[in-house]
Design a protein around this ligand. Structure first.
Ligand SMILES: [Cu+2]
Length: 201
């Protein structure tokens, strides 16, 4: 009888240790939240990012793709880690001429037709505007960031940044039209922090 009780207690302690060690094994946390604005169509395509995250980060080998379809750049906003490559693709039956007038990363890919890929490496941290010499209504942005902890908001303004190392950071937003001040966010291992931004002109 006593032995059974002892075994039961031992088992409970053992299970408790498993639970504790599993909790400690979860490194990093999540930041979720949303951007809010009265101008509903600007809730989406907002880049939410962290400033001054320590460490060095390697850009993915695989290029991102910015397509041109129906005289529109897809996606309209592309956040990337500095050093990332982007393949510019033309899925239309007309020629396009992608260029950037932005000083930190100016380029001109020339006129190219369907089925052609042209690759650009975004090697400086800045917001690069994309335009087309053929179609003045076309525009898009590549937002180049110094760490991989960023997210792009969906139509409802929501975002999630996962696997953020524990710490306190400045969190900021970039929007094509609107602005919001930076905030402070503290991330702890295995938990989720929530941040809300109010965008105004
Ligand atoms: Cu074009």
């Amino acid at each position: 009888m006593r032995r059974t009780l002892f075994n039961a207690v031992l088992m409970m302690v053992f299970l408790g240790l498993i639970v504790i060690s599993q909790k400690e094994a979860v490194a990093g946390g999540t930041i979720t939240g949303s951007v809010d604005t009265k101008r509903v169509k600007y809730k989406k395509n907002v880049v939410v990012y962290l400033n001054n995250v320590p460490g060095t980060f390697k850009a993915p080998e695989k290029p991102y793709v910015v397509d041109q379809q129906d005289l529109t750049f897809i996606p309209h906003v592309l956040p990337v880690l500095v050093g990332s490559k982007v393949d510019f693709k033309n899925s239309d039956n007309v020629n396009h001429n992608v260029f950037s007038p932005t000083e930190c990363k100016s380029f001109n890919l020339g006129t190219f037709g369907p089925g052609v890929y042209k690759t650009v490496t975004f090697d400086r941290v800045c917001v690069v505007e994309l335009l087309c010499n053929v179609h003045s209504e076309m525009s898009a942005y590549v937002v180049v960031l110094d760490n991989p902890y960023f997210a792009l908001t969906g139509t409802d303004g929501s975002f999630t940044i996962e696997n953020v190392p524990a710490g306190t950071y400045e969190i900021a937003v970039w929007s094509e039209k609107l602005k919001a001040g930076t905030q402070s966010v503290t991330v702890t291992d295995g938990s989720s922090a929530t941040v809300t931004f109010n965008l105004t002109r």
